[in-house]
Design a binder for this molecule. Structure first.
Ligand SMILES: [Cu+2]
Length: 387
């Protein structure tokens, strides 16, 4: 054990030296302009700060929304003039309009899950720590890394714009289930606000994929001399697995979002069959009963991302906690390979539990029981990580 530890220390010293060397070289050779240094930066540390600052801004907005709708929820009969100050026509007389209540809940969920917990946390920590901890000069592709931030930024701009629409932003919940999201006339938040939500999330997925591919390539190819995979800090394993989960699950959400855009704007019916409005089957513009596809299909596509998303959020935190605890108590990591193995198990199982979000959708009870089994099983590696 002593041998391994001393070797790791040498490794760390090497890594630090290499970085000092890089920084030194950097200053000597070229001076960067303000724009290339702070705005369109390709430096992983600066991009990490960009993700952090943008994430914090979104966190404040998401928090403000939750305060607003919880005020109304907590004291339903009271009126809050401050709500009218901020929201104008959406809270006449200081009481939230029911439609806008849903819109606030939807935006709160969307912002927190995607912009804060995914981009804000993973974007910030992966960008900052991956090159530092594997001893690489920067990411495998600093350019794609920059693009990843700017796609995130653009997706935020589109979502922000939807907040200022007269009909309000999307209001179908952060899961945007059809038919509420597929029929533009269903409610005011199903109109342009919903279209912008889908466009924004499509761009967000592009950002997540560019980032994730880059993290995977960096961990696999850019480790410093002597750092085998099994010598990597646990945080690196956590970020590596998180990136793999993201790259495998986000495209499925993208396909769901694009099919939904088709349903809304181009007359397709991927998610619109079997829908009855006030007892009558839904008709298309030609007056025929809408057939083909199923609203449940969207739930499958959504939760195939939605559940692994839980692990995209928790795995990096678990990796960092392991390491922070170990280094601050001056002890080597307890059960390193068990930790890596349980993270790998979580990765695999996280793709086999999505239907536990859909038990009330008329799912076949036998299929349901299989998802119950996998959901119980994933508690085992999660518990190992917890210990
Ligand atoms: Cu789940």
């Amino acid at each position: 054990m002593a041998h391994i530890e001393s070797h790791n220390e040498e490794l760390l010293v090497d890594v630090i030296h290499q970085h000092e060397h890089d920084d030194h070289e950097h200053h000597e050779h070229h001076k960067e302009s303000f724009i290339s240094k702070y705005i369109f930066s390709q430096d992983h540390k600066m991009i990490s700060r960009q993700f952090l600052i943008t994430g914090i801004i979104w966190a404040v907005i998401g928090l403000a929304f939750s305060v607003m709708f919880r005020l109304q929820l907590g004291w339903p009969d009271q009126s809050f003039p401050i709500l009218e100050t901020f929201l104008g026509g959406w809270a006449k007389g200081g009481k939230l309009d029911p439609e806008f209540y849903y819109a606030l809940v939807t935006m709160h969920g969307t912002i927190m899950v995607f912009f804060v917990l995914t981009a804000g946390l993973s974007g910030t920590f992966s960008n900052l720590l991956i090159p530092l901890q594997v001893g690489a000069r920067d990411m495998a592709s600093p350019f794609l890394n920059m693009l990843s931030y700017w796609f995130f930024f653009l997706s935020g701009c589109v979502m922000m714009y939807s907040l200022f629409l007269q009909t309000g932003p999307a209001s179908g919940g952060w899961t945007v289930y059809p038919p509420l999201s597929a029929l533009p006339e269903a409610s005011s938040g199903s109109g342009l606000g919903m279209t912008l939500w889908l466009v924004s999330i499509a761009m967000f997925v592009v950002s997540a994929l560019l980032g994730g591919l880059n993290y995977i390539a960096t961990v696999l190819n850019m480790r410093t001399k002597g750092m085998t995979m099994m010598r990597m800090p646990l945080t690196m394993w956590a970020f590596f697995f998180t990136a793999i989960i993201g790259v495998l699950s986000f495209p499925v959400l993208l396909s769901g979002a694009i099919l939904l855009i088709f349903d809304r704007s181009f007359g397709t019916t991927f998610f619109l069959s079997d829908i009855y409005v006030a007892g009558h089957p839904l008709l298309n513009s030609a007056g025929e009963v809408v057939q083909g596809g199923s609203p449940i299909l969207f739930q499958h596509l959504f939760w195939f991302l939605g559940h692994p998303e839980v692990y995209i959020i928790i795995l990096p935190a678990m990796g960092m906690v392991s390491e922070v605890l170990a280094s601050n108590s001056r002890k080597p990591i307890f059960g390193y390979s068990a930790m890596v193995l349980s993270m790998l198990t979580i990765l695999v199982l996280s793709f086999l539990v999505w239907a536990h979000h859909m038990f009330m959708s008329g799912l076949n009870p036998f299929i349901g029981s299989i998802f119950v089994l996998f959901t119980l099983l994933i508690a085992v590696p999660s518990a190992i990580k917890g210990i």
